[in-house]
Design a protein around this ligand. Sequence first.
Ligand code: CAA
Length: 258
Amino acid sequence: DAPYETLLVETRGAVGLITLNRPKALNALNARLIEELALAFEAFEADDAVGAVVVTGSEKAFAAGADIKEMAEKTYAEAFLEDFGAGWRRITSCRKPSIAAVAGYALGGGCELAMMCDVIFAADTAKFGQPEITLAIIPGFGGTQRLTRAVGKAKAMDLILTGRMMDATEAERAGLVARVVAPERLVDEAVEAAAKIASFSRVAVLAAKEAVNVAQEASLAEGVRFERRAFQALFATDDQTEGMAAFVEKRKPAFKNR
Ligand code: CAA
């Protein structure tokens, strides 16, 4: 029923699962796919039954980047006037947590999409890179900023200036990837983690994500102050009362997201 041409979109329990599905183009991110991805994220964001989102690709490619064939003829004026790349804000403004489950190539915009998600799980086949320099452009969907924050200046410069790929082990060691798993376990592991997240109080989950993201933007003092206020505010929720009562009474909590 969903109007998606470039994605497979389903729910698994309380988890929204988005599978990029342009296999012949290695899931290259064309305008249609980006629009559909934004719509799918927004639909899960609006769906009370969904607590977290997983984004994955195929065994061969998470996504091989922005669609080069579509971009090739663009002029500066066109790119500027359509504000090429701004559509991604619709994904990064979602408040529910997202996990990127990456197998195969995550290059250019593909690596940038993975980094827009809150957590990256990688199959041991994953290859990350920002090869834009080989096309005489630079990353345009946040790569120079998010990769540098994730792995530090040394490795970000190395990857972005040489265009080389790094494998899952290197990406985990560098702090880009949270978990490396066997390819056949990748989607299940991500969906299980997302289901776990979705089982907690949504108020606390969204507050936790928001607070961690403040660390990307703020000074330590400001970040710690933000965290303390958010932490204190959670004592106003029924879920906090329930969570602590359940612990004391040695039973499972029943969260109501309020
Ligand atoms: N855009 C459009 N089409 C792409 C694509 C892309 N980013 N990546 C792969 N494809 C297409 C290929 O053109 C090919 O199509 P045809 O069968 O019609 O020729 C098909 O997908 C399969 O690709 P290959 O034959 O190249 O597969 P391979 O296994 O030999 O190589 C690869 C795989 C190393 C990933 C190679 O496809 C590749 O280098 N892709 C481009 C990677 C890249 O440069 N990404 C950055 C894009 S720019 C960007 O993302 C900008 C930004 O930050 C906003």
